[in-house]
Ligand binder design. Sequence first.
Ligand SMILES: NC(=O)c1ccc[n+]([C@@H]2O[C@H](COP(=O)([O-])OP(=O)(O)OC[C@H]3O[C@@H](n4cnc5c(N)ncnc54)[C@H](O)[C@@H]3O)[C@@H](O)[C@H]2O)c1
Ligand SMILES: N[C@@H](CCC=O)C(=O)O
Length: 622
Amino acid sequence: MPSEMAIRSRSATASARPWSASGANRTRRVSVESRSSLCTSPPSPGPPVAAVYPALRPDRVELVVRRPFSGPAPVTTVLQGTPPLGFQIYSAICLATSPRTTTRAGTDMTEPTVNYASSSLGDDALEAAFEEALRAIRAERPAPQPLVIGGEELHTGDVIVREDPCHAGVVIGAAHVATTEDVTRAVAAAKTAAGPWRRTPYAERVAMLRAAREDIAQEIAYLSAVVSAETGKTRLEAVGEATEVLDMIAHYCDLMIENDGYCAPLKPSGGDTNFDVMVPYGAFAVISPFNFPVALSIGMMVAALVTGNTVVLKPSDKTPRSTAEIAAILRRHLPAGVLNVLNGGAGVGQALAKSDVDGIAFTGSAHVGWELVATRSPSGLPRPVLAEMGGQNPAIVAASADLEAAAQGIVRSAFGLSGQKCSACRRVVVDRRVADDLIDALVRETEKLVVGDPLDRDSNLGPVIDDSIAARIDEAIATAQQDGRVVTGGRIDRPGNFFAPIIVTDLPLGHRLTREELFAPFLAVTAVDDFDAALAEANAVDYGLSAGVFTGEQAEIDRFLDEIQAGVIYVNRAAGATTGAWPGVQSFCGWKLSGSTGKGGLGLWYLPGFMKEQSRTFAGQQ
Ligand SMILES: NC(=O)c1ccc[n+]([C@@H]2O[C@H](COP(=O)([O-])OP(=O)(O)OC[C@H]3O[C@@H](n4cnc5c(N)ncnc54)[C@H](O)[C@@H]3O)[C@@H](O)[C@H]2O)c1
Ligand SMILES: N[C@@H](CCC=O)C(=O)O
C-alpha cells in the first residue's frame, strides 16, 4: 500500500504572492515526495494527487515515481489519480494552468494583487461590486449568526447586535450569544472531533482548506463589504484584509506541505529507525480581535486546523458577522465538530479560558492576553497559549533621513485603519536638527487625508470602532493640549466617531501618551539629541511589536537592526514605516509584552506552536 504522500510545493508558495506574475499558462513545478508511514498514526494511504493539490490536473502532470527504498533510479510516468501501488511519488511537474477564480464582479483573484502597501484597488469592477455589496448590507436587517456546536447551527439565546459605525442605528451584524453550557458543549464537540481530525492525513486537511480558499476567493467583494460595514475601515483596507485571508491560507497550507507534515527522520542508531514527529494538541480555543475580523481569525484557525487541531472560535463581539461569515465558508469544507463557533464578549472568552481546551490562540490586547497566559487547564496543568498582542511602535528619523519618504511612511502607518492596527506607528523619535522640517512634512501629508465613509472612494480613513475608544481619544487630546502641543487633528463635527488624524509634539520624555497603547489615529513626536538617544527612547516601552527607521547612514541601520527591541522591523520604507506585514513575506512576532511565545504568525515558525513533539524509535530497519 502506498504510504502517505508529502508534497513539496515551493514554487506554489511563490505563485501565491501578490507580486508574482499573472498565472496564465504558468507551469507549476511541484516536487512531491513520500515519507514513510511511520510518521503517521495510523499509516494511511495517499489520496489522489488532484485531491491533495487542486491546481494539479492529473492528465497534465508529469511525475517521477520510485518504489520505496528502491534506490535513486526514478521512473517517469504520467499520473492518473492515486500513485501506483507500491510506488511513491518523487517529484512532479504540473503542466496545467491554475484554475482561475473570480469574484462576484468577475475579477480574477487567483493572483491576489491588493496588500497593505497598495495605494488603490486598481480595479473598477471590484470597486463597483464592493459598493453594491455595502449598500445591500446596510439596507437589509441581518439575521443573527448562529452558534455552531458539533456541526449543528443553533439559532437560540440572547442576541448581540452591531451597528454601523458610520450610521448609528443601522444594524449590520448580529449573533446569538453563547451560554456557559454552550461553551462546555462546544469544547466537548471539539474534543470528540479531535481524534478523527488528527488521524486525517495532513494532505487531506490541506486539500479541504485550499478548497475553502477557492470559495473565499469568489467572495472578496462581499466579504470586504461586510468587514467595512462592521469596522468602518476603508475599501482598500478591507479588500487588503480579505486578500490577506487568501494568502494566509495558502501560506500555512504550503508550510505544512513543505515541512512534510512536520515529520522528519532522525539519525539511525544501532539498527534502530528514528523519527521526529509533531503531534497536534487537540482542541484549540481561537479568540480574535475586532480590527482584522477575517484575516486574523482565519490565520489562527487555519494554523490550528492544518496542524490537526479542532477549533472553538470566539469572534469579537464588535464584529460578530464578519468572522462568522468567513468561518461559515470554512465549515462547509470540514467535518462536523472540527470548527465550532461561540459568539459573545469577554464573558464567553473567560468561560472558554476556564474550559478543558488543550490550547488557546489569542490575538488582542496585552492585558487580556497575559491574563490568558496565566490560566491553567481545569486539571491544573499548563497548556500552550499563543498570544499576539498590542504595540507602542516607534519610527526613528535620523538627521540624514529622506524626510519626504519618512513622512509618507509614518503617516501611512500611523493613520491607516484610523490607527487601529497593532502595528500602527504611534511614536516618532526624531533627531532635533530635523524635527521642525519633519513635523511640517508630517502635517502636510496628514492634512491630505480624507476621513469619511468607506462607501466614498476618496476616504482614506473611517470612524473609530466605538464610543469607548472615542472617549479615550477625547481624553488623550485634552491631556496632550495640557502637557504638550496638538499640531493637527481632532474630533470632526459630524455624527459618529470620526477624528481627523492627530499629531502631538512637545510631550515630556516618558509621558504616558508615549508609553501606553491608545489604539487610535494619534501620533506623538518626540525630538532627541542623537541616534543613541533615539534608540533609547524607541526601546523605552514595555511593548516590542514593530518599529521603523529612516536614515541615510549604514552604520545607523546596522545599529537599529542590532539594538531595536521589536519583532517586525522596517528600514526606510515609505510604503509603511511600521505596518503592512503579509503572510510569507514578513513574520509577525511580538517581543516583550507584545507576544507570549517568541514566534509570530505569518512567518516560518508559527505552525509548530500548535503541536507537541514526539520522538519515535523503531527497533530494526523499517
Ligand atoms: N499582535 C497582533 O497580531 C495583533 C493583531 C491585531 C490586534 N492586536 C491587538 O488587539 C487589540 C485590539 O483588539 P480588541 O480591542 O478586540 O482586543 P481585546 O483584547 O479587547 O479583545 C480581543 C478578544 O478577546 C475577547 N476578550 C476580552 N476580554 C476577555 C477576557 N477577559 N477573557 C477572554 N477573552 C476576552 C474579546 O471579546 C475579543 O474576542 C489591540 O491591543 C491590538 O494591538 C494585536
Ligand atoms: N498585519 C498587519 C497588522 C495586523 C494587526 O493589527 C500589519 O502588519 O500592518
